[in-house]
Design a protein around this ligand. Structure first.
Ligand code: TZP
Ligand code: MG
Length: 193
């Protein structure tokens, strides 16, 4: 998540989610209303500290310099960002994650250079302004069959009601923004997930 996904203090939201049991966090400060420059850095540092205090991995989306300055545990990139291959070379000690949205992207991806795939949007979502079409959980089965040892994280439109179907399709995890950040009771939402 980023501040643009939060209706109140992102630090408070992350702290509640971490206390309730989320297992990793990705700082994704982008899109309408997101912070830039120094403000983005300060928020990133504060969220990074929360993850450190609670011993969960901290990922940065896209922003390589920020990932470096904040000593992130991992970097997540999309198809149009810095290549995962280059990131692997530059950051041998960070996790590198890559998004794939369809078969064409998958076959053109440097699978052997990434630590996990973010697959989605699984369901339709309004959180990502330029999201591609929803692909449904079944595609995860095909990817798992083709790359059995590659960790897969489903993303996009995942809620307490449909998260189980993503795991049942073979995903190793689910990545969630709005169903946590906008939940009336974050603790309850995370516990249900
Ligand atoms: N990538 C694919 S869908 C998505 C991203 C970043 C948005 C996920 O947000 P939500 O609110 O969990 O659908
Ligand atoms: Mg990107």
């Amino acid at each position: 998540m980023g501040s643009q996904n939060c209706h109140n203090d992102p630090k408070h939201i992350l702290e509640q989610a971490v206390k309730a049991g989320i297992t990793a966090f990705q700082f994704r400060e982008k899109g309408n209303g997101s912070l830039t420059g120094y403000k983005k850095f300060i928020l990133g540092k504060q969220l990074r500290n929360i993850c450190q205090n609670y011993r969960i991995p901290f990922f940065v989306n896209d922003d390589i310099e920020l990932a470096e300055i904040l000593d992130a545990d991992g970097i997540h990139v999309g198809q149009d960002d810095v290549s995962a291959l280059e990131l692997r070379r530059r950051f041998p000690n960070k996790w590198v994650g890559l998004s794939v949205s369809n078969k064409t992207e998958l076959v053109n991806s440097p699978i052997s250079s990434v630590d996990y795939l973010g697959v989605g949007p699984i369901f339709s979502t309004t959180t990502k302004e330029d999201a591609k079409s929803a692909i449904g959980p079944n595609w995860i089965k095909d990817i798992k069959q083709a790359y059995p040892s590659l960790p897969i994280v489903g993303i996009g439109g995942i809620t307490t009601d449909n998260a189980a179907s993503v795991i049942q399709a073979g995903a190793d995890g689910v990545a969630i923004i709005s169903a946590i950040t906008l939940a009336e009771d974050i603790n309850k939402a995370v516990l249900q997930l």
